[in-house]
Ligand binder design. Structure first.
Ligand code: UTP
Length: 414
């Protein structure tokens, strides 16, 4: 796009401040900025900014109902063994893959570098990547073949992640069974809706949320790669749950034999205000309401037994049949807004580090993809066995709480 068209586009949307340092840039940097600006959808950003603060997801326009979940603990030993056997068959014939989403910024934890490079003592001194790898190695041994492991990174942490794996000998996993792919980025806006400068030639962007996984898998040819390998079932989880079961035969067998193409795991939420989304049916289709978007009334609603009606928390452990990923090819999901702290270059070209949130980040959420299916098999599991997230530096969901849960739960690994 010629420079004058880029300038006109910026003026139209009140974003021409990003050209303030343009005259000082060398040709290479000018090209970099031009290329970035050509690809930014200012119309979309304008709409996203205008919609900030526009209400709860469970407002009067959506019909929200509870989603039934299967309770793993209530399965008879026979039923559980049957699912286990079916799940192991899927893995043995090479029809299973695990995806770890490791593109997040980990702002709350405040660790420099990719979150997967964070170390905990469980009691061995291990990085979060190594913990997941060890679990896959042990399942791979059981099914006598390596399970392909896809790792989603972001523009920000891709090089560091690959380097970390290289330096650590891929933790003993064959490198051709580890496939990295990058998620896409979204520009960030300041509190007045203006694009933020990261550098004189660069607009500040952030990873587009874990829901960006579908676009990223499609664009980087991952779905085709899965087809080539004969994969049918794909587990998708986060990097920061140190009890995550990346290859759970019971969940796999449950979904495969009960006719689901989409599944997930839940735990009962700790209290009405736990910071976790909860499963529900929205307008007749599977969904999750985020804790930031649920009303007080629904969050605290209890049934006749005193149990939460919306009590099954989503723990970012999901499974997709490849048919669902195909159906979604390239589809974008809606964006949600996060108010975050972000470094920026001010109008004088000075780098600023704010100590309070100053920027809006737009992220799509993986669970918005659930509505592509009309039903979903959710397995309720025990928190102490499968959910020990590391989100914050201290307090709730911190390395300390996660390690303590790990030490109790690790022995129950199935
Ligand atoms: P969170 O939503 O907890 O975000 O991610 P985060 O980036 O780790 O931490 P904060 O919010 O900045 O403190 C849950 C999982 O989803 C992945 C993360 O890497 C983590 O495994 N994720 C999140 C991505 O892969 N990409 C994203 O854009 C966002």
């Amino acid at each position: 796009m010629p420079q004058n068209e880029i300038r006109d586009k910026l003026i139209k949307y009140g974003q021409e401040h990003v050209l303030k340092f343009y005259g000082e840039l060398d040709e290479g940097k000018k090209e970099m900025l031009d290329e970035q600006l050509e690809n930014i959808d200012l119309d979309l950003l304008g709409r996203l900014f205008a919609s900030i603060g526009s209400g709860h997801a469970d407002g009067c326009t959506d019909k929200i109902e509870p989603m039934p979940c299967a309770v793993k603990e209530k399965f008879s030993a026979e039923r559980r063994n049957t699912y286990y056997g079916i799940g192991m068959d899927v893995m043995r014939r090479g029809a299973y893959a695990a995806v770890t989403m490791a593109g997040g910024q980990g702002t709350r934890l405040g660790h420099t570098g990719p979150k997967g490079t964070f170390y905990v003592d469980v009691p061995e001194h291990m990085s979060l990547f190594e913990i997941q790898c060890k679990r896959l190695i042990s399942r791979s041994r059981e099914c006598c073949r390596y399970i392909p492991w896809y790792i989603m990174t972001s523009e920000e942490n891709d090089a560091d992640t690959r380097r970390f794996f290289g330096e650590n000998g891929y933790f003993g996993y064959p490198p051709d069974h580890i496939i990295f792919f990058r998620q896409l980025m979204m520009p960030m806006l300041d509190e007045k809706g203006k694009l933020i400068m990261e550098d004189r030639h660069k607009i500040k962007t952030g990873a587009d949320g874990h829901g960006g996984i579908f676009r990223a898998m499609y664009k980087s040819g991952i779905i085709d790669d899965m087809h080539r390998r004969g994969i049918e079932w794909i587990f998708v989880g986060g990097i920061d749950n140190i009890l995550v079961r990346l290859a759970d035969p019971v969940l796999t067998g449950y979904l495969a034999s009960e006719g689901y193409l989409l599944g997930g795991k839940s735990i009962i939420k700790r209290d009405a205000h736990e910071k976790a989304g909860v499963f529900c049916m929205k307008n007749g289709r599977p969904s999750v309401i985020e804790y930031t978007e649920i009303s007080e009334e629904l969050a605290g609603l209890r049934d006749g037994n005193g149990d939460f009606v919306y009590g099954d928390a989503h723990i970012l452990c999901n499974m997709f049949n490849i048919k669902v990923l195909e159906k979604m090819r390239g589809a974008g999901l809606p964006y949600h807004t996060a108010h975050k702290r972000s470094d920026y270059l001010d109008e004088n070209g000075c780098r600023m580090t704010p100590d309070a949130p100053n920027a809006y980040k737009f992220e799509s959420f993986i669970f918005d993809a659930f509505s592509y299916c009309d039903k979903m098999g959710v397995l309720r599991v025990k928190r102490e066995e499968e959910f020990a997230p590391i989100k914050n530096k201290t307090g709730e969901d911190s390395p300390e709480t996660a390690v303590s849960l790990y030490m109790k739960g690790a022995c129950v690994c199935e």
